[in-house]
Ligand binder design. Structure first.
Ligand SMILES: *Cc1c(COP(=O)(O)O)cnc(C)c1O
Length: 243
């Protein structure tokens, strides 16, 4: 799907603006510059939008829908684009795990042992291990994926030992509270769990706390996020998803 030149010209400045928001939030939190990675969430955007952001220096992209992502990844490879890091951030059903294992570098939304076992078996031997974060549902939102925080340590211990997977940390998506203090409290609880598990697991690669989106990245960075997943603030508002 080609994008209009109007949108295309907005992507590079929008990326720069998001990087500025990140830098400013880090400064306010007295955290080192460069200690938060930006994941550009390109779900529902065409391959052209990804290529435009990549040309502007963005290398990591997040996708929610596996089939949509595989089509995009394939199209960009055929165009000769190399060096994009693909992150799966949406819920993964068992019948899609082979695609995730074959096409993605990262999975942020692991929340079930069954999926972990399948991915471990299916990760092609010639690829580096799939980098994974466990998704936790910190505020008990009823319609959300993610495991209850009490189950995270047990799953983390199992995943840490599975071949083909490398456990990197946690991901969470708070409910969209109007009240920033509530969002901050949820992010802080996720950070506390991240520290607690890090202490229990003692893994050298336990370094990723994936939280914060377009509307709450400052709050997430204040609470200790190391990776923000940003879509709308880079590519513009998405049309409501149908189906
Ligand atoms: C869509 C999505 C994002 C990005 O949200 P924006 O509000 O567009 O920044 C981040 N994380 C996940 C899991 C998403 O599904």
């Amino acid at each position: 799907m080609p994008i209009s030149p109007v949108i295309s010209h907005k992507i590079a400045p929008a990326l720069a603006q998001v990087q500025q928001r990140i830098a400013h939030a880090l400064e306010l939190a007295r955290r080192p510059a460069g200690s938060v990675r930006l994941l550009a969430v390109s779900k529902t955007q065409g391959a052209d939008a990804v290529a435009t952001a990549f040309a502007a220096g963005q290398t990591a992209f997040g996708e929610n829908y596996v089939q949509e992502a595989v089509a995009k990844i394939t199209a960009l490879r055929e165009q000769g684009l190399r060096g994009i890091e693909w992150h799966c951030i949406g819920p993964v059903q068992s019948r899609k795990t082979a695609w995730v294992a074959a096409y993605f570098d990262w999975l942020h939304s692991l929340d079930r042992l069954e999926i972990a076992l399948r991915l471990s078996r299916q990760r092609p031997a010639d690829l580096p291990p799939l980098q994974v974060c466990l998704q936790v549902n910190m505020d008990g939102g009823p319609n959300k994926s993610g495991m209850p925080p009490e189950q995270a340590l047990t799953l983390a211990q199992t995943v840490a030992d599975l071949p083909g997977l490398q456990l990197r940390g946690l991901m969470s998506i708070p409910e969209p509270y109007a009240d920033e203090a509530r969002t901050l409290a949820v992010h802080q609880r996720t950070r506390a769990l991240f520290d607690e598990l890090g202490h229990a697991l003692q893994l050298p690669q336990w370094d990723t706390l994936s939280m914060g989106m377009s509307h709450d990245l400052e709050t997430a960075i204040r609470a200790g996020s190391t990776l923000v997943r940003v879509g709308a603030a880079i590519f513009g508002e998405r049309p409501a998803k149908v189906g």
